[in-house]
Design a protein around this ligand. Structure first.
Ligand code: DC
Length: 223
């Protein structure tokens, strides 16, 4: 994987419903960058595993992951993970079943290993598609996937604000339970990495948050 110094990577991490996707999409649009929602990649892998009837402690998981072929389709500047060339519809990715299981699979080192290189390779996908940078959102982007990203931010908001966002989206999602699993797992836990900028999205508008991150990008422009 090659990143040139002028290829811009913006890492956005945060818990469930912390405002990552809305912020990341808008930022990518304003700065003309590729957008990658790595949560959707974990959701796709989880949906495929569940479809096969495989549990987290099932011995078939390893061989499934070894043979699963991953690729990316870009639509509307966002990457979608394809498994064997096929993507899952949003209704499946955001279903109650995937919401309830994704954190357990995401806690498994073999699942994270499968997606580690793939996520870093999104730089190549972005470059091949003519983008000068990417905005990647997730839980461990600024800590593990791109610790050297030019800009790393950590979004957070009050639990009540986050629950009402999910309710407004019509989703049944136990966000606090998911955050607990995501923050306490041994491998690549959800955390605000050292040196990242922490932003409360409950007390600012999306536009203000995007503006703040754009200013960080400008202040760290390579000469
Ligand atoms: O962002 P999201 O809620 O769609 O993410 C779904 C799950 O995927 C989340 O509970 C934890 C996992 N995840 C992760 O472990 N690491 C990432 N970089 C992104 C998501």
């Amino acid at each position: 994987m090659t990143t040139t110094p002028d290829f811009l990577v913006i890492a956005i991490d945060g818990g469930a419903a912390s405002g990552k996707s809305t912020t990341a999409r808008k930022l990518a649009e304003e700065l003309d960058l590729m957008h990658v929602d790595t949560g959707s990649y974990y959701r796709s892998l989880t949906a495929a595993i569940l479809e096969k009837g495989i549990n987290p402690d099932d011995s078939r998981l390893e061989s499934f992951l070894d043979s699963a072929s991953l690729s990316t389709r870009i639509g509307n500047r966002s990457g979608t993970l394809l498994l064997e060339g096929v993507s899952f519809p949003q209704e499946v990715l955001r279903s109650e079943k995937v919401n309830a299981n994704v954190s357990s699979f995401a806690a498994l080192p073999m699942v994270r290993k499968k997606l580690f290189d793939y996520q870093r390779n999104q730089v190549l996908v972005a470059q091949e598609n003519g983008f000068s940078g990417l905005v990647m959102e997730g839980r461990d982007i600024g800590s593990v996937i791109f610790p050297d990203a030019r800009v790393r931010v950590f979004l957070h908001a009050d639990p009540a604000v986050r629950s009402s966002r999910r309710a407004a989206q019509g989703e049944n999602d136990a966000i606090e339970a998911r955050d607990k699993t995501d923050s306490t797992r041994a491998t690549a836990p959800l955390t605000c990495p050292d040196g990242a900028t922490s932003i409360d999205t409950g007390s600012s508008t999306v536009e203000e948050v995007v503006e703040l991150i754009s200013q960080l990008v400008q202040s760290r422009q390579t000469p």
